[in-house]
Design a binder for this molecule. Structure first.
Ligand code: 4NP
Length: 167
């Protein structure tokens, strides 16, 4: 597992999670990571947002399969609205986390980025690094796999961020 870099602004931490469409994987990571942040009592100092490298779904809610699974598991999936990532995020966020290697390549093409701050989401997976596979064209099992990856990775990431924002 990799190490989270120090915050750009002391005492605060900003994380962006990015997939292709911002209706399946990164919204799931956004909701779960925000819940982990809240559980750790860090919602005042840690910001989590999500976006897609593409803008086709901008303004849309989450994919209904992702939303149903999240709400079955006790998360609030209702507030998500898809948006497209902006190049300035590479200079603003402490971590920009791509769901897969294609997303990472597309983000690198947006502009210069500190390699410590632009990474794969699963670089923080305590089980194994790799892609979060796109569940869009598959069945419900793919969404369950994404949720498992996202839950364990979010928990590990918040454990790393907590000491970086404590004064
Ligand atoms: P996501 O999944 O990148 O996890 O949000 C997808 C959503 C939409 C499409 C592809 C992947 N699409 O082709 O519209």
């Amino acid at each position: 597992m990799t190490t989270a870099p120090a915050p750009r602004t002391p005492g605060r931490y900003r994380v962006a999670v990015v997939c292709l469409g911002n209706i399946c994987r990164s919204p799931m990571a956004d909701v779960v990571l925000n819940a982990s942040v809240a559980d750790a009592g860090l919602d005042d100092v840690v910001t989590v947002v999500s976006a897609g490298t593409g803008g086709w779904h901008a303004g849309d809610g989450m994919d209904p399969r992702a939303a149903r699974l999240l709400s079955d598991e006790g998360y609030d999936a209702s507030r998500h609205r898809a948006q497209q990532v902006q190049a300035t995020w590479l200079e603003e966020y402490d971590l920009v986390l791509a769901m897969d290697r294609e997303n990472l390549r597309d983000l690198r093409e947006l502009g210069a980025a500190d390699p410590e701050r632009l990474r794969l989401f699963r670089d923080f997976d305590p089980e194994s690094p790799g892609d979060v596979p796109d569940p869009y064209y598959g069945g419900d099992a793919g969404f369950r796999d994404v949720l498992d990856m996202v839950e364990r990775t979010s928990s590990a990431l918040v454990d790393q961020i907590a000491p970086l924002v404590s004064s």
